[in-house]
Design a protein around this ligand. Structure first.
Ligand SMILES: Cc1cc2nc3c(=O)[nH]c(=O)nc-3n(C[C@H](O)[C@H](O)[C@H](O)COP(=O)(O)O)c2cc1C
Length: 378
């Protein structure tokens, strides 16, 4: 059997294979409430054979949304719309996961197709969507032309840490079985971790140890509200790709510390701390971030997920077989082909007679296949 289709257990949750649906914001909610779009969007990945289906970046407080369309879990009332989605994913044999998020200085942003720039008065006229003031570890804007966030007070920090814990409790009540903290791509937890965005001189900034404190407190707050037998992951930007920012050695140490505080897996992404230009050092090619997953896995002794520009089953299989990662996450390839895991299984020889397909489809595809072969057409 291919490694990609071998099961893996984190705490007491078993994933039937190593394929995760990477969190993908849909910008499609009203006030953070999931709707039919999310049911179909996420449900098709469970039917398509993924082992882990992550719901998108989900705001732990209203002010922590990136855009007006973000999913939210800041209110108990938001649980009921997510529950049937998580239950469906679970019934179809995948593990339902959710990414918890606070956008910090990247809050109040337009959806990608509206420009990915700060919300302003035009949005009020065009969509009745007004801006709101962002907060961050330091009063440093995300990029030129972005609002200067307010520097978070001790009270603000405590409130957001608690909000992560409260959202974790709601995620559990909604039926999710894995949480990933969005600590990458320039979101709030990453803003605390990176010296480029955290210029504080109190216990939340300065030394690497102080900059990690927020991430650790978030992990502790979640662990206090999340079942012991359910896994917890962090998505980290393994490097900022910018001089003076986070480097992979810092991330290895962050992973070690998070592991000691109940984190089970590091999802190794990169970049996004500031500015809209791609950093010069960031060269994109197939699996370009997977060396980070390999290094964190080896040096921090924690399970890792490789992500970024993955679409080739053989490439993913080689990553796992050579011990570079424990799981792979795909985003855009799955948008293109939600059945990618089933097709990958066929390619790697693990989907004999369409046995991995839901019977409602597999039955017919198996019969058609036989006929095609008999007729010499395949
Ligand atoms: C539509 C879309 C929405 C995304 N939203 C999120 C998100 O909510 N959280 C996150 O961590 N990454 C998000 N990402 C990044 C993906 O999870 C993934 O890391 C990135 O697309 C690279 O993987 P890929 O090459 O397989 O697409 C998003 C990507 C896409 C295409």
């Amino acid at each position: 059997m291919a490694e990609l289709f071998s099961s893996i257990t984190l705490r007491e949750i078993t994933f039937k294979n190593r394929i995760a649906v990477s969190p993908m914001s849909q910008y499609r909610t009203r006030d953070g409430y999931a709707n039919d779009w999310h049911t179909v969007h996420l449900g098709r990945f469970a039917i398509g054979g993924a082992g882990l289906v992550y719901a998108e970046a989900t705001a732990v407080e209203r002010e922590g949304r990136r855009t007006h369309g973000d999913l939210g879990l800041w209110d108990d009332a938001q649980i009921a719309r997510l529950k049937p989605i998580a239950d469906f994913i679970h019934r179809e044999g995948a593990v339902p996961g959710i990414q918890l998020s606070h956008a910090g200085r990247k809050s109040s942003e337009r959806r990608p197709w509206h420009g990915e720039t700060p919300v302003d008065h035009e949005d009020v006229t065009e969509r009745n969507e007004g801006p709101w003031p962002p907060c961050a570890p330091s009063a440093l804007p995300y990029a030129d032309g972005w609002p200067t966030p307010s520097e978070m007070s001790e009270d603000d920090i405590g409130r957001v840490i608690q909000a992560f814990g409260d959202a974790a409790r709601r995620a559990m009540e909604a039926g999710f079985k894995m949480i990933e903290v969005y600590a990458a791509h320039g979101f709030l937890v990453h803003q605390f971790l990176s010296p480029l965005s955290n210029h504080r001189s109190d216990r939340w900034g300065g030394s690497a140890e102080n900059r990690r404190r927020f991430a650790i407190e978030v992990a502790k707050s979640i662990r206090a509200n999340w079942p012991e037998h359910y896994p917890l992951a962090f998505r980290l930007s393994a490097t900022d790709w910018i001089e003076g920012g986070i480097e992979i050695a810092d991330t290895v140490q962050t992973a070690r510390v998070l592991k000691a505080h109940g984190v089970d897996l590091i999802d190794c992404s990169s970049g996004g701390i500031g500015g809209k230009e791609r950093p010069r050092r960031m060269v994109i090619k197939e699996g370009f971030q997977s060396p980070f997953a390999a290094q964190v896995r080896k040096e921090a002794g924690i399970a890792t997920m490789a992500v970024g520009f993955l679409w080739n089953a053989d490439f993913c299989e080689a990553l796992l077989a050579s011990g570079k990662a424990d799981m792979v996450a795909l985003a855009r390839e799955l948008l293109d082909d939600p059945n990618w895991p089933l097709h990958a299984a066929a390619k790697l020889g693990d989907n004999e007679a369409h046995s991995l397909w839901p019977i409602e489809a597999g039955w017919w595809l198996m019969k058609r296949d036989r006929l095609l072969r008999k007729l010499g057409l395949r």
